[in-house]
Design a protein around this ligand. Sequence first.
Ligand SMILES: Nc1nc2c(c(=O)[nH]1)N[C@H]1C(S)=C(S)[C@@H](COP(=O)(O)OP(=O)(O)OC[C@H]3O[C@@H](n4cnc5c(=O)[nH]c(N)nc54)[C@H](O)[C@@H]3O)O[C@H]1N2
Ligand SMILES: Nc1nc2c(c(=O)[nH]1)N[C@H]1C(S)=C(S)[C@@H](COP(=O)(O)OP(=O)(O)OC[C@H]3O[C@@H](n4cnc5c(=O)[nH]c(N)nc54)[C@H](O)[C@@H]3O)O[C@H]1N2
Ligand code: SF4
Ligand SMILES: [Mo]
Length: 706
Amino acid sequence: MDVQTHYRACNLCEAICGLEIKHQHGRVLSIAGDRQDPFSRGHICPKAVGLQDIYEDPNRLRRPLKRTAAGWAEIGWEQALDEVAARLRAVRAQHGPHATAWYAGNPSVHNSGTQLAAPGFLRALGSRSLFSASSVDQLPHHFAAWQLFGHPLLLPVPDLDRTDHWLILGGNPLVSNGSLMTAPDVATRLRAIQARGGKVVVVDPRRTETAARADAHHFIRPGTDVFLLLAMAQVLFADDLVHLGRLADFTDGLGALAAAVAGFTPERVAATTGLEAATIRQLARELAAAERGVCYGRVGVSVQEFGGLCLWLVSVLNILTGRLDAPGGAMFATPALDVLGKPQAYDRHDRFRSRVRGAAEFMGELPVACLAEEMLTPGPGQLRALVTSCGNPVLSTPNGRQLDAALAGLEFMVSVDIYLNETTRHAHYILPPATGLETAHYDVAFHALAIRNTARYSEPLFAKGDGARYDWEIFEGLRQRLGPDAPAGPAAAPVPENPEAKIDLGLRYGAYGQQGLSLDALRAAPHGVDLGPLQPRLPQALRTAGQRIDLAPPLFLADLGRARGALAAPPALAAGQLLLVGRRELRSNNSWMHNAPRLVKGRNRCTLHLHPADAAARHLAEGQLVRVRSRVGTVELPVELTENMMPGVASMPHGYDHQRPGTRLDVAARHPGPSLNDLTDETRLDALTGNAALSGVPVWVESAGA
Ligand SMILES: Nc1nc2c(c(=O)[nH]1)N[C@H]1C(S)=C(S)[C@@H](COP(=O)(O)OP(=O)(O)OC[C@H]3O[C@@H](n4cnc5c(=O)[nH]c(N)nc54)[C@H](O)[C@@H]3O)O[C@H]1N2
Ligand SMILES: Nc1nc2c(c(=O)[nH]1)N[C@H]1C(S)=C(S)[C@@H](COP(=O)(O)OP(=O)(O)OC[C@H]3O[C@@H](n4cnc5c(=O)[nH]c(N)nc54)[C@H](O)[C@@H]3O)O[C@H]1N2
Ligand code: SF4
Ligand SMILES: [Mo]
C-alpha cells in the first residue's frame, strides 16, 4: 500500500489544530500541521507527535483490567460491564445513590464520545456527588458568565484577530496554546496585533514566554489581581472613561458598581498588589484609549481565593469600555453545534451543600477540594465508591496525598481511563476506551469558545483494536445496566446511541443548518470549514431576565466584603515564606503525557523557579536540590534561578510524581519530579465559586541537605 494522508483535528488541547498525518500499513510515518486548515493554518506544537506515542504506547490499556488477589487480570468487556454495574448497584442499594462519587477529568471535554455519552450514564447512576476538573480550573469563569450573561457556558472570548490592545492576566498562551479561547497559533496572532500597531500587555508573577513577546509585562503579587481589577474599574469611573456604547441599552447597575469600586483607588491597592499606583492608572487608561481593546484573564486569576470576583471584573472592564460583543473586544462565538440547551432561568447553584464543609453546589458539581474529606469522614452520607473518567485527581487536585490515601479505603472504585496511573491504581476495575487516532472527533466544547467560527469533523485514522470499545459504548453499556428498569442480571446486548447521530442532529438544527451544514457536509471538508469572524450576538443571546446585563449582581457585591477584609488585613506571611504558583511547560500536558518518549526527552522540567535574591537569602545555588514545605506536605526538587520570577514567588509545574508504586508507566516512571499538589492546600478555596485556590500557596524553601 502507498503512503496515505489523513487529516484530523488534534484533541490534546483547546487549540484544535489541524493535523496532516502520513501513514502506511497501519503505522504513523509523520505528523505535521495541516496548512489547508483555515483556522490553524499549519500550526502545531510539539505535543501533537504525542498522538503517535499514545497510539503505540505498550503501556496504554486496551482491555478491561480487574484487580484480583494475584494482581491485575485482563477480562472481557461484557464481564467487566456486568460486574462493574453489579458493584455500583450494590453500593447504591446499601448506602444510597449519593454514596458514589464521579470525577470527570480534563480530557472529558476533548472527547466527543465521552462528552455526549457520560451524561446518560450519570442520570442512570443517580448520584449528586459529582466532581470535575472544573473546580481546579475554571468555575470562576462559569460563575461570572452565569451572573452576567445568564448561563455558565456563555463565555466571551478575546477577538484576537481584530484587537489592538490585549491585556492578559494569569495566562501564558504561548505555552498553553490558549484556554477558554480557542486560538491556534497564538504566536502569529500576537505578532499580528503588534504589526497593526497594537499592544500586548501581560500581568503575571512570572515573566512568562508570552510576556517575553509582549510590549509590556508587570509583576503582580499572587492572589491580588482582584485589587488591581477593582482599582482599574475605579480609574475608569474617576477619569470619566466609562463608555458603554450600544451596551447601555441593555445594561443595569452602573451606579451600584461605581459605588462598590469607589474605595479601591490605585494608591489604596498598590502595596498589596506590588504594582505602582501609576502603573495601575496606566493599565486602565491604555485599555480605555485603545481603538479596540480587550482584557483577558485565565488560570492564574481563576485558581485563587478571589477567582469569582476576578472573572466578574475582567468582564466588567470589557463592558465599561464598551468592548463586550464588539469586534476586537470580548465576543461570543456562534458555534455550529450549540449545547446550551433551552433558554430557561439557570438555577443550578447552592441547591445542596457538601456534607463535611458545607460547600455550595454549582453547575451540579461540588468542589473537588472536598472530595477526600467526604470519603474519609465517617457518618451518614459518607462517600463509599468512586467512578473516574479521563482524570488523575491524585496528581491534579489540592492535597493529592490525602486523596491518594482516601481512595485506598473505598469500598469500590472504577476508572474509565487508558493508563494504570497514580489514581487508577486504586481502582477495582479499569475500563480503557479506544482513544486519539482510533476515534472520530467533533469538538463540541471548543468550537463554542473559538475566536473564529469554524467547524471540523475528524474520521478515525485507524480502526479501534480488536475487542476495543469506544468511550460512548462503555458509558452506554453501564447506563443500560444501571437504570431503574435495567435487569438485575447481565443486560441484553446493548443498543448504544451513536454520538455521530447526535452531532449530525445538532449541526442540522444549529446556526448554520439552513446553509446546509451537516455531518456529511463536514465529512466532505476534511480540513474544516470556516464560518467567518465572530458576530455580535447581544442582547439576543443573553439568558438573563429580560435579556439585560446587571453589572453589579448581589452575589458579587456581597463577596466584595471578603476582598475588603483581605485588603484591610492582608494574610501575614511567616518569616522566610514564599508564595508558590504553578507553571505549564510546552512539552507536558497536565498529568498524563509523561509516558510519551518524544515529549519527556531532554532536561528535567520539574524544577522550582526562584529569583536569585530569594535563593541567595537561603544560600541556595543553581541546580541544588531543595525542600519545599507547605501546611500539607513536603517535596524535593532541583532549583533553577531566574530573574523571570517576581521576588518572593516560586513556581513549579503540576502533574508530576510518577514514582508511586503500582503504576504501569514505564517511561514516565523514569523521569523524576514531585507533585505540586502535594503542597497545595485543600482548605484554600474561592468561597464564592468553590474553585480551589491553587495559586499563592505559602511555602518554605530550604536546602534539601539542611
Ligand atoms: N497545582 C495545580 N494543579 C492543577 C493545575 C494547576 O495549574 N496547578 N491545573 C488544573 C487544571 S487546569 C486541570 S484541567 C486539571 C487536569 O487534571 P485532570 O482532570 O486529572 O486531567 P489530566 O491530568 O489531563 O489527566 C488525564 C487523565 O485522562 C486519561 N485519558 C487521556 N485520554 C483519555 C481518553 O481518551 N479517555 C479516557 N477515558 N481517559 C483518557 C489519562 O490517562 C489521565 O488519567 O489539573 C488541575 N490541577
Ligand atoms: N503545554 C501545555 N499546554 C496546556 C496544558 C499543559 O499542561 N501543558 N494544560 C491545558 C489546560 S488544562 C489549561 S486549563 C490551560 C491553561 O492555560 P493558561 O491559563 O494559559 O495556563 P498557565 O500557563 O498555567 O498560565 C497561568 C499563568 O498565571 C500565572 N499566575 C499564577 N498565579 C497568578 C496570580 O495570582 N495572578 C496572575 N495575574 N497570574 C498568576 C502563572 O505564572 C502562569 O503564567 O492550558 C492548557 N494547555
Ligand atoms: S497546540 Fe494543542 S491542539 Fe495544537 S497541536 Fe499542540 S496540543 Fe494539539
Ligand atoms: Mo484545565
